[in-house]
Design a protein around this ligand. Structure first.
Ligand code: XMP
Length: 512
């Protein structure tokens, strides 16, 4: 339980997570809740502020979202953004109209009144607008504090109370002034003690894990990815040798994955990591399988089978640790309450309930950037922490069609050349995800005086914020030429290197 928190009520805005991250950047804990949460009996003691998000609904036609009385009766500061502002205004019987045209994009905001929320903010700033409905009259007892033109009500405030409504999105543009508005709300108005720091998060989590797990043993599936590695590091700090990590090599990992994991945990004295080479078992089950979904299912099931077998050998394990992070929690809650938000999830399904283990999820409250900071503070190798995401089914979705050991070996080598060169040329951190794809076709080439007949690989590199949409990375041509030459020279079985320049949509990031 946090000492202080801000509630962010999610009405389905695409920016809800961004609001939460901006609050956390101001060293303050916040929790994203669904609208129905407000209808429960809420313990208000630690709540220092409430933000009502925007959303795709309209208060003119949708009556599902009434605000409970406590929002206006308590002395808790409230900020309604866009739909959130309209909800506040509806509560005060203001006239709200559906506009015929949406106001969308950048606009110039004039600050009309001195108010703590605009402390140290320029009188005229650029803001981000995105709304259909408009509030027509200033509701009774409110004042207009900023506007983008004479008629518009871009920001209002309840006289004598810290209840604000913004028609613009202060969370979106990261201009200094927008950032200051969030800071002013969180720190000056909600009076945050700014305690949500990496050091404090670690100390709190360690105490929580100790309290939860007591003297029991915990097992954890370590994949070499950021989330499972940071979970392992913090659990190790909390319970030492009562944690056992299981690392399964399924034959579909990147080159030197085991070495990378060993290197990352070399300074974690006494950490127990069991390395299982199950590659033959996985590849045997994948033999002859071409369909991508079937490949995924087989890998997921085989992972569970191997993990369960190993877990049985560990004496007295009562807990299973998982690297669930906050966006997973928010998105699954939102998709159960708000159909607008349903997104497809890829994660290889969790481990089965019949394992009879209780769950411990030390990163459940953290965003990815917070997890990374924690990892670095805990002493995990920076290279692992900043690694691009890697899919659960591994190279199986990057080898088109049937998976064979020979193909996986070639792909590992080619991918390693590509990734190492990205590091060497300082491009790796500018890219969201980069990898190589293996095509089981042959193409003619010449090497020396001879004719070569080898395989084809494709390079893929994208830039994206949320992995739901993505753009191909714009490589310098010299780089492409150099990496292609190196791959063909060093791997005799490859005769040709292509570049994938498709955006998502219509393509996906992975090829299968
Ligand atoms: P797509 O290919 O759908 O990928 O554009 C979006 C992101 O999800 C990752 N991905 C997966 N992750 N299991 C995973 O754990 C999967 O089956 C899977 N498929 C795709 C992909 O690497 C990218 O980051």
């Amino acid at each position: 339980m946090q000492d202080q928190k801000i509630l962010v009520v999610d009405y389905g805005s695409q920016y809800t997570q961004l609001i939460a991250r901006r609050i956390r950047e101001n060293k303050t804990f916040c929790e994203v809740v669904q609208p129905s949460f407000l209808q429960n009996k809420i313990d208000l003691e630690n709540i220092i502020g409430i933000i009502l998000s925007g959303g795709p609904n309209s208060v003119t036609t949708d009556n599902n979202y009434d605000l409970p009385d406590f929002i206006f009766e308590e002395d808790i500061p409230v900020l309604g953004i866009c739909f959130g502002m309209q909800l506040i205004c509806k509560n005060f019987n203001a006239k709200i109209e559906k506009s015929t045209s949406r106001e969308y994009g950048k606009a110039n905001l004039q600050i009309l009144k001195d108010d703590l929320i605009f402390n140290d903010v320029n009188k005229s700033i650029e803001v981000w607008m995105s709304h259909g409905d408009s509030v027509i009259d200033v509701p009774k007892n409110f004042i207009k504090i900023a506007s983008t033109n004479k008629k518009s009500l871009s920001a209002i405030k309840l006289i004598d109370k810290n209840i604000y409504g913004f028609q613009f999105h202060p969370e979106v543009t990261h201009t200094l002034d927008s950032g200051k508005i969030i800071y002013n709300f969180v720190v000056k108005i909600c009076k945050s003690k700014e305690m949500w720091t990496t050091k404090n998060i670690i100390t709190n989590q360690i105490a929580l894990i100790k309290e939860k797990v007591k003297n029991d043993n915990v097992i954890l599936g370590l994949s070499g990815g950021v989330d499972s590695s940071v979970s392992a590091a913090i659990l190790h700090k909390a319970i030492g040798s009562r944690l056992t990590c299981i690392f399964i090599d399924n034959g579909l990992l990147r080159l030197n994955e085991k070495i990378q994991v060993e290197k990352s945990f070399k300074d974690f004295k006494g950490i127990k990591i069991i390395y299982i080479d199950a590659s033959d078992f996985f590849l045997k089950r994948l033999n002859g399988i071409i369909d991508p979904e079937e490949k995924r299912k087989i890998i997921g099931k085989t992972f569970i089978d191997v993990f369960q077998d190993e877990a049985k050998k560990i004496n007295n394990a009562q807990w299973l640790a998982q690297g669930t992070i906050y966006p997973d929690v928010i998105e699954s809650a939102a998709s159960s309450e708000n159909a607008h938000l349903i997104k497809s999830h890829h994660n290889v399904g969790g481990l089965p309930e019949n394992m009879n283990l209780k769950l411990v999820e030390p990163l459940r409250e953290l965003f990815k950037d917070e997890v990374r900071k924690l990892g670095i503070e805990l002493g995990i190798d920076k290279k692992l922490i900043n690694r691009h995401p890697f899919p659960g089914p591994g190279l199986a979705v990057r080898i088109l069609g049937e998976v064979k050991k020979e193909y996986a070996d070639i792909l590992r080598e080619a991918d390693n050349i590509f990734i190492e060169m990205l590091h060497e040329k300082n491009l790796y951190n500018n890219i969201s995800q980069a990898f190589t794809v293996f095509m089981p076709v042959k193409s003619v080439g010449v090497t020396g005086d001879g004719r070569a007949y080898g395989n084809v690989v494709s390079l893929r590199a994208v830039k994206t914020i949320d992995f739901m949409t993505a753009k191909p990375f714009d490589f310098p041509f010299d780089f492409l030429e150099e990496v292609s030459t190196k791959i063909i020279n060093e791997i005799p079985s490859i005769s040709r290197v292509c570049l994938d320049i498709s955006s998502k949509p219509p393509a996906t990031i992975e090829w299968e």
